[in-house]
Write a protein that binds this ligand. Structure first.
Ligand SMILES: [Zn+2]
Length: 409
């Protein structure tokens, strides 16, 4: 018997605190004029807490001068710590791509013996640890525990680790190559961070930087391009403007279409003040929103077959579940229905989300499936969760998948 079934929003202790957000100007051109593209009211960040503020209303705005899309208010440093306390690696996983990244650098002669490479946002240094021994390696991150972990994990790799702030840190010597993979979109002031890199570089320093861009942002995932982890949602043009303003000129660019990334190779130049907006970025934003709404509509249609009196098991207690709550009618149809979350992540087990307890998937064998439905709440993990549910004895007709196809990105 499972005792801890409970309905949605049965925990009343969650709160919001205005100190988690900071109202901001456009992160590229500093204009205060923007239009709102999307609002998610009282978005809950991970598990319930009676102590920490876990909710914040998220608004995605688009600058009316340069058309950059950005979160406004952004997270304050207190808000970032409180809201993302359970998020783990905050700059996305780059380890699976490190071989491709290394080959790309090698093909452009950027891994020369004796050269000095700085990885900005290095986390625990895994990418650096896989580079050739003859390259001098420096890693920087704002995450002090990750830096400490890197120092002990890769003690034999002669990596110099630096901890500090993106806008002010400085390595002991000017780097020959700077890499920055999927970091810039997380920073509150990306132009200040790029200017900082520029001021400690020498004339021949090469900057390799990769971000997700609006042009590559369409997916059928309800937790899509406008990620709550990102403070700026660049387009190709708004990124070019940020580089120009901070004294970098582009030598080479390419799209990593397999996961929607956009990578440039840049070198130092004079800082330029003139912003060149691309009016098409408004159309692109609307086009993206239209594809996102279509993804939400498809997911919502998959949920309409769930019988109202059924109990609900949701497999997947991450941010995707909050998007289900925010955007679909899953919990609107029967707000007093008993629910349970299962997740194989031991950090989530024993906690609750909006009052619903999270358990290990082992409990599935105790569920009476005659009046219970299981919803798979994951995009990338949908197929493996589906298989896991079948193996746990959940009848196939009682499993709801939200996506007809899943693209790896
Ligand atoms: Zn702007």
């Amino acid at each position: 018997m499972i005792e801890n079934w409970s309905p949605i929003d049965s925990f009343r202790g969650n709160s919001s605190n205005p100190a988690t957000g900071i109202s901001r100007a456009c992160p590229v051109c500093q204009s205060l004029e923007s239009r709102i593209l999307l609002t998610l009211k009282d978005f809950q960040f991970y598990s319930d807490s009676a102590v920490l503020p876990k909710r914040m209303t998220l608004t995605q705005a688009q600058c009316r001068s340069c058309f950059t899309i950005y979160l406004n208010p952004g997270y304050s440093s207190y808000g970032f710590r409180a809201l993302f306390a359970e998020a783990g690696c905050s700059y996305g996983a780059t380890s699976v791509r490190s071989q491709e990244q290394r080959a790309w650098l090698d093909n452009r002669n950027l891994l020369k013996p004796g050269s000095r490479l700085l990885d900005v946002g290095c986390y625990d240094g895994k990418f650096l640890s896989e580079l050739p021994d003859a390259v001098e390696k420096v890693g920087f991150d704002i995450d002090a525990p990750a830096i400490e972990r890197g120092r002990s994990l890769y003690a034999d790799k002669k990596i110099q680790f630096v901890h500090g702030d993106f806008e002010s840190f400085s390595p002991e010597e000017a780097p020959d190559v700077i890499t920055m993979y999927h970091v810039l979109e997380h920073l509150p002031d990306p132009v200040a961070a790029l200017k900082n890199l520029r001021q400690f570089s020498h004339a021949e320093t090469r900057l390799v930087i990769e971000i997700p861009i609006l042009e590559n942002g369409k997916t059928n995932d309800i937790n899509g391009f406008l990620s709550v982890q990102h403070m700026t949602h660049f387009s190709r043009r708004s990124f070019h403007n940020a580089l120009k303003m901070s004294g970098w000129t582009i030598l080479d660019e390419n799209n990593r279409l397999e996961y929607g990334g956009y990578r440039v190779l840049a070198k130092p130049c004079e800082m330029q003040s003139g912003i060149l907006p691309d009016i098409e970025d408004l159309s692109r934003a609307l086009d993206y929103l239209s594809s996102w709404h279509s993804a939400v509509r498809t997911a919502n249609e998959k949920l309409t077959g769930i019988v109202a009196e059924d109990r609900l098991v949701i497999w997947g207690g991450g941010a995707h579940l909050e998007f289900l709550y925010q955007t679909t009618a899953l919990f609107d149809m029967a707000p007093s229905r008993d629910c349970l979350i299962v997740d194989s992540d031991s950090l989530k087990q024993g906690k609750s989300w909006r009052g619903i307890s999270c358990c290990a998937p082992e409990v599935l064998s105790q569920v009476d499936w005659s009046s219970t439905t299981l919803v798979v709440s994951s995009y990338g993990g949908q197929e493996s969760i589906f298989k896991g549910a079948l193996q746990a004895g959940v009848p196939e007709e009682k499993i709801v998948k939200l996506y007809d196809k899943v693209c790896v990105y």
